[in-house]
Write a protein that binds this ligand. Structure first.
Ligand SMILES: Cc1cc2nc3c(=O)[nH]c(=O)nc-3n(C[C@H](O)[C@H](O)[C@H](O)COP(=O)(O)OP(=O)(O)OC[C@H]3O[C@@H](n4cnc5c(N)ncnc54)[C@H](O)[C@@H]3O)c2cc1C
Length: 465
């Protein structure tokens, strides 16, 4: 990158918010995917939309890549720089600008941490439902860019359902506002939906207007142990069939239970079988009734132990076990390929069995957990060591898992996005014409390809492996 761009960045940001020393730049080569890219030439930490606009204008003129970054908690390498250039770290744009209690909306900057917003609105009797398991550290900007889901997706959906309007800085520095603050609007194409989930490839979000809903009066949490994952999947289908929409339905299979047990001692974890957490919410009497029915449904689907959380402390303990999975998995292997497929709920049992069959055949350890209430399974292919032959085998297993998910009417990614890790598998799901339409949209909005290059569309549409 030429010195003229660095000088322009310094003029826009001052010395304090421009990182150009190697010690600081090197901290941005990776994200939670553990993939490493190239060291960026500069890290820009803007505090205003105007600064973002000026940075993009300068980068676009010089054809310099720009990688937007929230907290770097992405699991597909979305924020990883791959061709040098500028990392645009949005951490300092972290203000909750307004909460409109009567109209139930929040206007935020992209660097707001998700849990901070959840807690602020909760104190006002309001609810922001999207709840990625990373909510304590991930940002709303990252959530919008990935259309993040999470623990309450079964009832409340993903981030997309809550984004009403966006301020976006386009590749050439132009600032646009899309969407509406009105509760309903069908004026023109739904550009907000196009930008949500665009993984930093179409523009940079600098302000986000979010829909809030009333905070549910009461929540009940039920823990259940089933001998087999397929029984847990059947119980979830039975809940919906019995007109209960659990706000959470989380599964940890035998492998996940084993590593969480190694990582964190707890009598709540079963000695064998799978561990599930269900949550229902709403008005108190109805919720208590729903929780009793969840208990019955679990029992009639083969659960060996079912227990309602007696109090907030017990409930929090159960959730801590669930949140411990990600770090605990590393007790099984040094390398983890973490995939986030989704299938229709009625195919969950079949898909869970299929992953284990693939694991046995490829001699690989596969551990599943996930938000089974909305059909999401986090499939983790665990490798003992970073080894070329093992990696090739794992990649083949992942391709088979994706192909199986798509053949069951499912998808490659329910919530983590495509980023770097899944780009080469896109051909399994995206037909040629859909891919080419997406490539034309990208080209229209970012003709010089400066926004997050090297990521999903940029590698071309691979054929089905
Ligand atoms: C332990 C753990 C648990 C997780 N659990 C879940 C879960 O339950 N559900 C789930 O969906 N995800 C989960 N994730 C993944 C991750 O937290 C989400 O993808 C999250 O939305 C990323 O937010 P971030 O701020 O860290 O974004 P980053 O990782 O920094 O960036 C992610 C993508 O967003 C783009 N981006 C960031 N900010 C902007 C912006 N302002 N404008 C345009 N593009 C932008 C980046 O370029 C990149 O492509 C988990 C991750 C971890 C480590």
């Amino acid at each position: 990158m030429n010195t003229s761009i660095i000088n322009q960045l310094r003029e826009i940001l001052g010395n304090e918010n421009l990182f150009d020393s190697i010690e600081k730049r090197i901290a941005y080569v990776s994200d939670a995917s553990r993939l490493t890219g190239s060291i960026p030439d500069a890290v820009a930490r803007p505090t205003t939309t105007d600064q973002v606009s000026r940075i993009l204008r300068a980068a676009n003129s010089a054809r310099t890549p720009v990688y937007s970054r929230g907290a770097g908690s992405g699991l597909t390498g979305g924020a990883v720089p791959v061709r040098g250039g500028i990392v645009l770290d949005l951490e300092l744009m972290n203000k909750i600008l307004a909460i409109d209690v009567d109209n139930m909306t929040a206007l935020v900057q992209p660097g707001v941490v998700t849990a901070d917003l959840q807690q602020r609105v909760q104190r006002l009797g309001l609810f922001y439902p999207p709840d990625p398991a990373s909510s304590d550290f991930c940002t709303i900007g990252g959530n919008v860019a990935e259309n993040s889901g999470g623990l309450r997706g079964a009832k409340y959906g993903s981030t997309r359902e809550y984004v009403m309007a966006l301020e976006v800085v386009l590749a050439d520095g132009e600032i646009i506002r899309i969407g509406s603050g009105a509760p309903k609007s069908v004026t023109g194409y739904d550009l907000v939906r196009l930008f949500v989930g665009s993984e930093g490839t179409l523009g940079v979000f600098t302000e986000i207007l979010l829909r809030l809903i009333p905070l549910p009066e009461h929540v009940e949490t039920v823990l259940a142990n089933f001998p087999k994952a397929a029984q847990a999947a059947a119980a979830v289908c039975a809940m919906f069939a019995n007109r209960i929409t659990p706000r959470a339905a989380e599964l940890m299979d035998e492998g996940a239970v084993e590593c969480v047990r190694r990582y964190k001692a707890s009598s709540a974890l079963p000695a064998s079988g799978v561990f599930c957490l269900f949550e229902v919410d709403g008005p108190r009497p109805a919720t208590i009734g729903d929780a009793d029915r969840v208990v019955e449904i679990c029992k009639s689907n083969g659960a060996t132990l079912v227990k309602k959380a007696a109090n907030d402390q017990e409930r929090e303990h159960y959730w801590q076990l669930r949140r411990a999975i990600s770090p605990a998995l590393y007790t099984l292997g040094r390398v983890k390929l973490n995939e986030d497929i989704c299938v229709p709920r009625t195919r969950l049992a079949e898909m869970l069995d299929k992953t284990q069959e693939i694991g046995r055949r490829c001699l690989l350890r596969i551990v599943n957990f996930g938000h089974i209430g909305d059909g999401s399974i986090h499939v983790n292919v665990m490798l003992e060591r970073d080894d070329e032959e093992l990696s090739r085998k794992a990649e083949q297993a992942v391709a088979e898992i994706f192909a199986a998910a798509v053949s069951m009417g499912g998808t490659l990614s329910s919530e983590h996005g495509i980023g770097l890790t899944k780009a080469r598998f896109l051909g399994i799901e995206l037909p040629e014409k859909e891919f080419s339409l997406m490539a034309r949209i990208k080209n229209l909005l970012d003709p010089n390809g400066i926004l997050n290059p090297g990521k999903f569309l940029d590698v071309g549409r691979p054929e089905k492996p």
